[in-house]
Write a protein that binds this ligand. Structure first.
Ligand code: SF4
Ligand code: SF4
Length: 298
């Protein structure tokens, strides 16, 4: 795979599983890697990597459409054409509008107005660990999948322009549209879970999604010693489904305090950090080309 950029994505079926703690630990160990925080509703990797300089640009999401009452002849063509039923009585209801623009096409009176809107921010930052691409979606701006796709495109541009061999992405939680966007072009998914019944359930749904896209994946059980039997079951599930069992991380009470102080576990020498380092090398062993050359920027 030399010459290609390897893309590693860290995911979890839901938030709060230790996903970002692990992604940040990997970031501190990786070399020649561009980082991407695709968790645009809670970009915590960006907080941990402490950007010292950022270039910021607006992100434009779906355009909004409105009807100019002064031009509208109330012919009803737009309402009949809108398959999302977002138009009633010559009014567009933004919460139902998918921004397809069909109403503007069918209107013969030029009464449908398209307006661009800023729905988020994109940042390209330098950090002590390398280049970070991140951003955030504005509250109420709706679906963030398009922003996630854009962040990944920029991360690839950055990796190419800096000659980086890998992109490490901290993905959004869950299995929704932003996660699907984050999966595009990924070489390996690292799924982090906790040993709870809901953790197993969420993991299974996530692995279904990853399998749908045919992406290799491995599973890590965080806080494994809190429920050893369930941890064992999760690891068996991973293997039964043809996924890599990347091991367990026992509960480490020092992690929340370290994270709150902006300390990355793999740099503190904490038990979590040491396990994260083992897992990082295991991921490398399985073909992710991070850490084999000089640090990005050197
Ligand atoms: S198609 Fe144009 S003119 Fe007709 S109802 Fe819709 S906005 Fe008004
Ligand atoms: S842009 Fe599409 S979804 Fe929105 S009101 Fe027009 S036709 Fe309906």
């Amino acid at each position: 795979m030399s010459g290609t950029i390897r893309e590693i994505l860290v995911l979890s079926g839901k938030g709060g599983t230790g996903k970002t703690s692990l992604a940040a630990s990997f970031a501190a160990l990786a070399r020649k890697t561009v980082f991407c925080d695709a968790d645009v509703e809670a970009p915590n990797l960006a907080i941990l990597l402490e950007p010292d300089e950022s270039r910021c640009e607006d992100f434009h999401g779906l355009p909004v459409y409105r009807i100019d009452e002064g031009k509208c002849t109330r012919c009803g063509r737009c309402e009949a054409a809108c398959r999302f039923h977002a138009i009633q009585d010559c009014r567009i209801f933004p919460e139902s509008c998918e921004g397809c623009g069909v109403c503007a096409i069918v209107c013969r009176d030029d009464a449908v107005v398209r307006e661009e809107r800023v729905t988020g921010r994109i940042l390209r930052s330098s950090t002590r660990l390398g280049t970070l691409v991140h951003g955030n979606i504005l509250p109420g701006a709706g679906n963030s999948g398009k922003l996630v796709s854009r962040l990944k495109e920029i991360a690839r541009e950055q990796a190419r322009s800096h000659g980086a061999g890998a992109i490490l992405t901290d993905g959004p939680p869950g299995i929704g549209c932003p996660v699907i966007a984050a999966l595009g072009g990924v070489d390996y998914v690292l799924a982090v879970t906790e040993p709870t019944p809901s953790g197993l359930h969420d993991l299974e749904r996530l692995l279904d999604l990853v399998a749908h896209f045919g992406i290799p994946a491995g599973v890590v059980v965080n806080k494994s010693d809190l429920k050893p039997e369930l941890s064992h079951r999760i690891r068996e599930t991973a293997l039964r489904r043809g996924r890599d069992d990347l091991g367990e991380i026992p509960f480490d009470p020092s992690v929340p305090g370290d994270i709150a102080k902006g300390r990355i576990p793999s740099e503190t020498g904490s038990p979590f950090g040491r396990r994260a380092e083992n897992i990082f090398h295991e991921v490398l062993r399985r073909g992710a080309d991070m850490g084999r050359r000089g640090r990005h920027g050197e």
